[in-house]
Design a protein around this ligand. Structure first.
Ligand code: UDP
Length: 425
């Protein structure tokens, strides 16, 4: 049965010292017309993954500015998630996914879960494809007051046709769709309103809250890193698209010039994720016992504060992705005031301003060359890190995310006055 998720209270005022008091005032003004408005977020998991991480911040912040925000997770059996994983891959363009086995379960679960919802919220935000069919079940029951928003966190630009044919009728029952960036929106999608809203990092979470460099160095030393020598850090899942093997190759090229350099590859994985564990092993084999390569994961006890420490202690943060959704680790690295060398893919170019806060690279050689440049020009590296931090402050903190939602709510409230469906962007 669908479950309401409890979140810890947060105060928007606390964010003033990092986001600027003017931002807080702007948000309060945007929120004022929505005092008491009911906002219901729905997704399919309370733990793991960027969506839940964002909701743990966004929902309490919405409450703090006066909205009656709640978050519900639908309950589904493993077979549902097997199907939605295939659907997710197919929607991101992967061919050959089996969308027959489990389809009944997908539809039946959504129908079954829909039975547990009642009331007349002002806004319902449904995240990703797993619960997307809910609008079809609940629109009539909730009535015309409720505005339905589908928040798509994935790249829908070139889906496998059968996946899109399946999901499209569900999505077109919404009043608005949010994509991370325009390149990820599906051309021809018919919803009255489209919004482009990138994700965000929470500057006050244990992963991102300001940490003194001395503390960070002590923490990484505890994992065997020598804090007196240069450190490269990549934080990401052990996955071919994150190219950990390419990072090791780039590190080796740098090491020929700067023998003291060290590399930390930090990755999280589930104990029951065979793909992640296999790729973790492959990365370790590729490092071939080099004592200056530290391959660590949550299975070694690396938690959020440790990720913070590694990013803070890094001389250069690397995110050498070959394919990427948004790449939140890039904003995380920049937020620590570190220059970032990252793959020129997905949402990364929104975050790294080429030559200003880091470098966008397309190959191992280029990656090594830019790392060498930064390690050899520490003052330039420092300035780039600071520029990146300012960019993240303006564009990728939770406060901007909250403001974007409130702007969308305003636009939808005006659509209501104009007559639903008449306004398209
Ligand atoms: N992450 C973490 N520990 C790890 C590896 C990753 O906490 O060992 C976090 C990372 O800090 C970031 C998220 O997982 O917040 C990954 O998000 P991103 O958008 O970079 O990549 P995704 O995994 O969603 O493709």
């Amino acid at each position: 049965m669908a479950k309401t998720i409890k979140t810890t209270a947060r105060s928007l005022n606390d964010y003033g010292r990092v986001a600027g008091d003017h931002t807080i005032e702007e948000i309060r003004a945007l929120a004022a017309p929505f005092r008491g408005a009911e906002v219901l977020h729905i997704n399919s998991t309370a733990y793991g993954g960027g969506v839940s991480e964002i909701l743990y911040t966004l929902v309490p912040l919405m409450k703090d500015v006066g909205l009656a925000a709640t978050w519900t997770v639908i309950e589904a059996p493993p077979a549902f998630f097997d199907f939605t994983k295939a659907l997710h891959n197919a929607l991101q363009g992967m061919a050959g996914q089996d969308l027959t086995t489990g389809l009944d379960r997908y539809l039946a679960t959504n129908e079954h879960e829909a039975a547990h919802f009642s009331g007349t919220p002002d806004f319902v935000v449904v995240h990703d494809p797993q619960p997307a069919p809910l609008a079809s079940h609940l629109r009539e029951r909730f009535g015309s007051k409720t505005k339905w928003i589908w928040r798509c966190h994935i790249d829908l630009s070139s889906p496998a046709e059968e996946a899109w044919d399946l999901v499209r009728p569900f999505v077109e029952r919404y009043d608005a769709a949010i994509f991370t960036m325009s390149a990820y929106a599906k051309e021809g999608l018919r919803v009255p309103r489209l919004a482009m809203i990138p994700p965000s990092i929470d500057p006050l979470s244990p992963k991102n809250v300001g940490m003194p460099v001395g503390t960070a160095r002590e923490i990484v030393a505890g994992y065997g890193v020598d804090p007196s020598r240069p450190l490269l850090v990549q934080v990401s899942r052990f996955d071919p698209w994150k190219d950990p093997l390419g990072v090791v190759d780039a590190y080796r090229m740098v090491k020929r010039e700067i023998p003291g350099v060290q590399l930390a590859l930090i990755g999280s994985m589930a104990a029951d994720d065979p793909e992640g564990i296999a790729y973790y092993r492959m990365s370790a084999e590729h490092a071939a016992g080099d004592p200056d390569v530290h391959i660590l994961s949550n299975l070694n006890g690396v938690g959020n504060a440790d990720v913070n420490a590694f990013q803070t202690a890094a001389d250069v943060v690397v995110q050498k992705s070959i394919r990427e959704g948004f790449g939140l680790t890039v904003s995380e690295g920049l937020w620590k005031g570190r220059p970032v060398v990252a793959g020129d893919v997905g949402g990364i170019p929104l975050q790294v301003e080429e030559g200003k806060s880091g470098f966008l690279v397309k190959s191992v050689e280029e990656c090594a060359e830019k790392i060498l440049y930064l390690l050899s020009n520490p003052e330039k590296a420092r300035q780039m890190g600071l520029a990146g931090k300012e960019h993240v402050r303006r564009r990728f903190l939770s406060t901007r995310h909250l403001a974007d939602y409130l702007r969308l709510f305003s636009a939808l409230a005006q659509d209501r006055v104009a007559g639903a469906g008449e306004v398209a962007v």
